[in-house]
Design a binder for this molecule. Structure first.
Ligand SMILES: Cc1cc2nc3c(=O)[nH]c(=O)nc-3n(C[C@H](O)[C@H](O)[C@H](O)COP(=O)(O)OP(=O)(O)OC[C@H]3O[C@@H](n4cnc5c(N)ncnc54)[C@H](O)[C@@H]3O)c2cc1C
Length: 577
């Protein structure tokens, strides 16, 4: 590695440390999997809303479902590449645009769990509207709600909740995509100390040209760092120097959303418009993305449920070779896989939403795992649903080709999936690495590294076997993580095959644990009707079986894989010249 590359790597590690691990260091269920633990208290019981809240939530869900059916024409929005103004106003009127904001500022004061229920409905109905709401609410106004001063909240939140003003979140730039910390937009302090002058460009910003308030990330001077630190600013489009380079970039899916390219030319922003702490913009961005990623889990669950309903209906009705499609094993396989993965994404989403609602501080790994799992699974589910419909699925009179185009964004937005696979591994391994360093200093503590299967509570005899496999797999995974760190040490940062294997195994273990917990509740809840219990039990156990098999393959491939061959082959093509 050249000196410049080494220096860049050192800086990247320093930045990541500051960003991800400063502040409160908490254990968490997903992080503790890397140590071979199963934190029972963090994951049990599977959440449910208290009866009064459940009733209020169901009412809101019904209202939103009715609204989407009556007023949101997803095919037209896709065709015309525009969400009509009346729809935006209507969503504001029924409270969707300020769902989680305190009633003090004009919102409905919903919890994250309640909000996820609403986003399932919108997700199932229209991909474009889902991303519009997510950009406005989950990452747009959420930044003010979480980090704003009282004055900023009073000034902005009421009109954002009603939809009179729309919000956008502007982080991405030509040089700052997956490498979000490489923001180049500069915010230079004015000599009189009144504010900052912004110069730079942003791209791919959802709602960027229709928003009345944008959270913009820009680089500000820092006495300790010549490269400066990123700070978040509240920006309005009436600020002189704000330019919309392109209001609606033409795109594959979620075509109704307005995705913009923006430029700032000597744009003055008063210092009162700093959002959160000076120099802590990236931390703010990561926190806000936690909410966006949880909502991704909910909207993907909504789409998956819709697909399963449509696929089963079609498979039962359509006959070929003298039989209903539903009688063919390979059609049944698609439906079973879709149901199993939908059950897992739903379980992990609501577990994490409930975790957020408890006021927990650290759910970064959980939200990243949800986004990764749900978007990957949904891509397969939509593809399989289209396949079950055969030629009929390919035409625009059915929604599946649109849903497929819409679902494609999920694998890229709010963190490209391959980046998240590695991120999930490195966040977990980092804590484990600290433990290893301790052991190296005090070798008699090496016993700490012995990972025996954790104790997993078994509430029903039907869960005895999966509990045993889950416990053994967690221990095996933790041993594999320790071995990887011992083998590669800090160079593990350059071994993405290893990281991806570890990240994917952890993600699957997390989802399996959420499903396991949910099944424990299901089997001990006397209020659930028997037919639902049996269907959910079969589906949950099916997911566990698939998850265990996939993880066994991942763990086996640590020693037996094609990594070198793939690297050599890629090199042969990359260096073709
Ligand atoms: C429709 C749409 C809406 C969006 N809305 C917003 C918004 O509202 N606000 C906002 O700030 N941003 C938004 N984005 C930007 C989005 O978050 C970025 O596109 C995303 O983070 C990826 O960045 P990039 O496009 O620059 O891809 P790049 O960083 O160039 O990466 C390209 C590909 O390379 C691979 N890759 C990159 N790094 C690695 C690595 N370390 N290891 C392995 N593989 C890697 C991945 O497969 C990735 O998909 C939006 C994007 C789209 C498409």
């Amino acid at each position: 590695m050249s000196t410049a590359q080494t220096e860049l790597r050192r800086k990247q590690i320093e930045q990541a440390e500051e960003l991800l691990f400063s502040g409160q260091q908490k254990v968490g269920f997903a992080k503790d999997l890397f140590f071979g633990h199963f934190l029972t208290d963090s994951i049990f019981p599977y959440p449910s809303l208290p009866p009064a809240l459940e009733e209020a939530t169901q009412q809101a869900v019904d209202e939103v479902r009715q609204y989407t059916r009556d007023h949101i024409d997803a095919a037209r929005i896709d065709r015309e590449s525009r969400i009509p103004d009346e729809v935006v106003q209507g969503l504001g009127q029924i409270g969707v645009l300020g769902m989680c904001v305190s009633p003090r500022y004009g919102g409905r004061g919903f919890s994250q769990q309640q909000y996820c229920r609403i986003m399932e409905v919108i997700g199932a109905h229209c991909g474009g509207t889902t991303v519009f709401v997510n950009a406005h609410h989950s990452i747009g106004l959420r930044a003010i709600e979480l980090f704003g001063t009282t004055e900023q909240k009073e000034r902005w939140l009421p009109t954002l909740c009603s939809g009179e003003t729309l919000a956008a979140f502007a982080l991405t730039e030509p040089e700052a995509g997956s490498d979000a910390s490489n923001v180049r937009t500069q915010a230079t302090p004015t000599p009189d100390g009144r504010g900052f002058v912004l110069n730079g460009t942003k791209r791919y910003i959802t709602n960027g040209a229709i928003a009345g308030m944008l959270t913009v990330m820009a680089r500000t001077p820092d006495p300790k760092d010549p490269d400066g630190k990123v700070t978040a600013f509240l920006v309005t489009p009436d600020m002189p120097g704000f330019e919309v380079l392109e209001a609606r970039m033409d795109k594959v899916g979620i075509r109704g959303t307005a995705t913009a390219r923006l430029a700032f030319h000597d744009m003055f922003v008063p210092k009162e418009n700093i959002l959160g702490e000076y120099g802590k913009g990236l931390k703010l961005a990561l926190t806000v993305l936690d909410f966006g990623r949880t909502t991704f889990g909910a909207s993907c669950t909504g789409v998956a449920k819709f697909c399963i309903e449509e696929a089963t209906k079609y498979a039962n009705e359509r006959r070929q070779f003298g039989k209903a499609l539903a009688e063919f094993d390979l059609v049944r396989e698609k439906i079973a896989l879709a149901a199993a993965e939908m059950y897992a994404m739903e379980s992990a989403t609501y577990h994490t939403a409930a975790l957020i609602d408890t006021g927990a501080h650290d759910y970064m790994l959980e939200t990243s795992m949800i986004k990764l799992f749900a978007s990957d699974a949904l891509w397969r589910i939509v593809n399989d649903t289209l396949q079950i419909h055969g030629g009929a699925g390919f035409f625009t009179d059915r929604p599946f080709e649109r849903m497929m185009r819409d679902a494609r964004l999920n694998l890229i937005g709010e963190g490209a999936n391959d980046v998240l696979r590695c991120f999930n591994a490195m966040v977990g391994l980092r804590n484990l690495g600290k433990e290893l360093q301790e052991v190296l200093k005090k070798p008699w503590r090496a016993v700490m590294l012995w990972r025996s299967p954790p104790r997993i509570p078994v509430h029903h005899s039907r869960l005895q076997k999966p509990a045993g496999i889950l416990a053994k797999q967690i221990a095996r995974f933790a041993r594999a993580c320790t071995r990887a760190l011992v083998s590669y040490r800090e160079d593990i940062i350059d071994h993405e095959f290893v990281q991806a294997r570890i990240g994917d195994t952890a993600t699957e273990l997390f989802h399996a644990s959420c499903v396991y917990t949910r099944l424990s509740g299901l089997l001990t809840n006397s209020k659930i009707d028997e037919a639902t219990r049996q269907r959910e039990l079969t589906t949950g156990l099916c997911y566990l079986q698939i998850a265990f098999r996939r993880n066994a393959q991942r763990l086996a491939s640590i020693h037996n894989n094609d990594d070198d061959t793939l690297n050599k082959t890629a090199e042969a093509w990359l260096s073709k010249g």
